[in-house]
Design a protein around this ligand. Structure first.
Ligand SMILES: Nc1ncnc2c1ncn2[C@@H]1O[C@H](COP(=O)(O)OP(=O)(O)OP(=O)(O)O)[C@@H](O)[C@H]1O
Length: 258
């Protein structure tokens, strides 16, 4: 068990944004978090990463590791986060931004070695960023920039990668590049992923399990076949839809009834 969360609750003033949420993430798993706008997904991620201090507990690798007790580099080797929104001050090329992700593996005295450059080159290649490497980030489209932030988080080589809607501005091809590469790293036992995903079809195709949140509560957790049902879409998303099976991988896919 790489992450075990117990009784996570969080209030913004009077508003209870998370209510007693328990869940576990297995090593090498891709857990998708789904739910309508305002259901508490980002608040959940911020509680896991220690940005917000919840009333509950988060355990990493079966031990109660408090992130606040770790230094920045140790945290960055454990968890990489791709936030929903990000700004970068200053003008950097795409390659420079991705290389920033290597800082947890560098010391003051010894800058990153050849293997670090290899990691960065592989990520650039796998995410099809080759034609962008010398471009300045200020000149990129929103989706291109988001992909560079994913690449930077991957360059940290974290044990756990957390996407807070990291693919929401990406077209379908770029989203697939990211999830395919994440799955490749998972297969090589190099990664565990928690991903907030708004595109339910993308979530159903790539995630091992899905956790559904509504109004700050965990409604259900299970594999996509169990979770993606017409009843769930109606009760959670107020959506009338048909569920079909993708013949290529037997995963469910959703056709909204319009
Ligand atoms: N800083 C804040 N102060 C007060 N209320 C907040 C704050 N951040 C979020 N909220 C509220 O907490 C609830 C959960 O918000 P959160 O951002 O976690 O939802 P979400 O599921 O990630 O939403 P979305 O899908 O729209 O990104 C919402 O009702 C939101 O308005």
């Amino acid at each position: 068990m790489i992450i075990k969360a117990e009784k996570l609750s969080y209030n913004y003033g009077q508003l209870q944004a998370l209510k007693d949420i328990d869940f576990q993430v297995k090593s090498g798993e891709l857990l998708g978090v789904i739910g309508p706008n305002g259901s508490g997904k980002t608040t959940l991620v911020k509680n896991i990463t220690g940005v917000l201090k919840s009333d509950g507990q988060v355990y990493f690798n079966n031990k109660e590791i408090s992130l606040s007790s770790l230094d920045r580099k140790s945290i960055a080797r454990k968890i990489g986060v791709v936030p929903q929104k990000s700004q970068l001050k200053g003008d950097f090329t795409v390659r420079e931004v991705i290389e920033m992700g290597r800082y947890p593996h560098q010391s003051k005295f010894k800058k990153d070695d050849k293997s670090g450059r290899k990691v960065v080159d592989k990520i650039i290649d796998k995410l099809n960023l080759n034609k962008f490497t010398e471009r300045f980030t200020g000149e990129l489209s929103g989706g291109e920039f988001q992909k560079v932030l994913v690449a930077r988080a991957l360059a940290q080589e974290p044990e756990i990668l957390i996407f807070d809607e990291a693919t929401s501005h990406l077209d379908i091809n770029h989203s697939i590049d990211i999830f395919k590469f994440a799955r490749e790293l998972i297969k090589q036992n190099q990664l565990t992923v928690i991903a907030i995903i708004h595109d339910l079809n993308l979530a159903a195709q790539f995630c091992d399990r899905l956790m559904v949140l509504k109004k700050g509560e965990k409604v259900s957790i299970g594999n996509p076949e169990e979770i993606i049902t017409e009843e769930m879409l109606s009760s959670i998303f107020d959506l009338e839809a048909l569920i079909k099976t993708n013949p290529a991988n037997k995963r469910p896919f959703i056709i909204p009834v319009i």
